[in-house]
Design a protein around this ligand. Structure first.
Ligand SMILES: [Zn+2]
Length: 497
């Protein structure tokens, strides 16, 4: 609004023959603002005070960057500026702000390398180093796969330098590197490292007691970032015990529910969680049939805790949704879909076309929808069907879709007021906050300089509106959010930032 006021004031400085131009100009900018996401929200008196504080800090930070573009963080790689975010006052306000829900998350990518390193101090963990790879597995005896297994405790002891040993091990628990341009020259290298990260940590995390503690700590970490509800995509890995017992995926879903219920009991201000079953997409129709069976079984066992179905993995390399249309159409009556679609830079490819199939298959939300601006008819369908767009800006930057986030399609989504929710995908893998970093980068690096608290509030509200919560549960969740928001507004002190 500061910008608009300035434009109106300037209009008086121009000769009369220009005033018509200036009036029209101001009107256009005002009309455009109203169309942006959150542009129609009316702020209360107290919210306006927060907004003034927020926008002062936003303008200070952006004005400096505008004058010194060489220091503009968001045109650099996330790894280069992520630690500096902590000094931003805008970040600090966003961190303290209730953000509602995180709806696009993958279970094993949620906590960072320090947390994972700590797990390696748990008794019963075996390790094997082979070339540049590390394998991890809990067991009460030496694992029988071919590898030079040692108990982690022993391997650490014989290293004679625990600090160095741990630093080396930690490297396998993160994608963050000093020189991303060198290590990740293109999407192939990025995804290869990303998949390597998952295959290293998966066998360690799927040990049942570790898994249960991990998920509890995930919820705790998200709550500390002022998030009240999560929907977690999971491949429902078969959990195992030290004696080698391996469980059915239904047991994994039940373990999830047990932990979420316990967490809500301990923290009643937290709304809860749901799981979205999201197995790998690079499979044939027989495997997909099995997935759909599992999804239906899990749904019947945990009912409302089950959010729906998706397929995951690098979209460009996986099977397109088109290959599974008959099966997915047949199951659409029983399962709610939240498909990843259009997570690509390639225009006119099968990955790009996944957007068509996701929408025709009735997806309630679309993961990423990065390619959507290239599809005018699909944009109309998204708006008509009110499909939520789950945008994960930092993920798209780290996973090589966009370098300078000012070019992210989210800028257009915001400008047109599309039904966007911001999420964080796998924040642990790139050592980001559960959600605050993604909100910060979207707000400062992607949204208009004039976008303010209204955008942030609308994003938080959207996260509950487009969640898989239904009926009364959704109404209560929004009421709970409104109460949290009121607390935030009433206790806000600009001098704290
Ligand atoms: Zn994802």
């Amino acid at each position: 609004m500061r910008a608009l006021t300035l434009i109106i004031l300037l209009a008086y400085k121009y000769p009369t023959e220009c005033s018509d131009h200036m009036n029209k100009r101001a009107q256009i900018l005002q009309d455009e603002y109203k169309r942006t996401l959150g542009g129609n929200i009316n702020l209360t008196k107290q919210e306006t005070k927060i907004n003034n504080c927020l926008m002062k800090h936003k303008c200070d930070e952006l004005d400096y960057a505008f004058e010194h573009p060489e220091y503009f963080n968001f045109s650099q790689h996330f790894f280069k500026y992520k630690d500096g975010i902590r000094n931003s006052n805008v970040y600090k306000i966003i961190k303290d702000m209730p953000k509602g829900a995180a709806l696009h998350l993958h279970d094993v990518g949620l906590l960072g390398p320090d947390y994972l390193l700590n797990i390696t101090y748990t008794d019963g963990l075996y390790v094997c180093f082979d070339n540049n790879m590390v394998s991890l597995k809990f067991s009460n005896k030496v694992p029988d796969t071919k590898c030079n297994w040692k108990l982690m405790r022993d391997a650490r002891k014989i290293s004679n330098n625990v600090k160095k040993f741990d630093a080396e091990l930690r490297r396998h628990f993160t994608m963050v590197v000093d020189d991303p341009a060198h290590d990740y020259p293109c999407i192939k290298n990025t995804w290869s490292a990303f998949m390597g990260y998952f295959s290293t940590i998966f066998p360690m995390l799927s040990y049942r007691p570790v898994w249960e503690q991990y998920f509890y700590d995930v919820l705790k970490t998200f709550r500390e970032d002022n998030i009240m509800y999560v929907e977690v995509r999971t491949i429902l890995p078969p959990l195992y015990e030290l004696d080698g017992t391996v469980y059915d995926p239904v047991v994994t879903a039940k373990a999830y529910k047990k932990i979420a219920d316990r967490f809500v009991k301990n923290y009643p201000d937290f709304i809860g969680a749901k799981v979205i079953y999201a197995p790998p997409r690079n499979v044939d129709t027989n495997a997909l049939a099995l997935y759909l069976q599992i999804a239906k079984r899990v749904k019947s066992e945990v009912q409302d805790f089950f959010g729906g179905f998706d397929l995951v993995g690098q979209e460009d390399l996986g099977k397109p949704l088109l290959d599974f249309v008959p099966q997915l159409t047949a199951a659409a009556g029983e399962l709610t879909y939240f498909f990843h679609a259009g997570e690509t830079d390639w225009y006119g490819t099968s990955t790009d076309d996944n957007l068509v199939d996701a929408i025709l298959l009735g997806a309630k939300r679309i993961g990423h929808a990065y390619a959507l601006p290239k599809h005018p008819v699909l944009i109309e369908e998204v708006l008509k069907r009110d499909i939520g767009l789950e945008v994960n800006v930092i993920s798209n930057a780290v996973l090589s879709l966009v370098q300078d986030v000012r070019n992210h399609p989210l800028a257009s989504f915001f400008a047109h007021g599309f039904p966007v929710v911001i999420s964080s995908d796998d924040p642990g893998a790139w050592e980001a906050d559960p959600l605050s970093d993604d909100f910060y980068v979207a707000f400062m690096g992607v949204a208009s300089k004039t976008s303010d608290l209204r955008l942030l509030k609308q994003l938080a509200l959207n996260s509950l509106r487009y969640s898989a919560l239904k009926g009364d549960a959704k109404t209560k969740a929004i009421e709970k959010f409104n109460a949290k928001w009121k607390d935030f507004v009433n206790n806000f002190q600009c001098s704290s930032y």
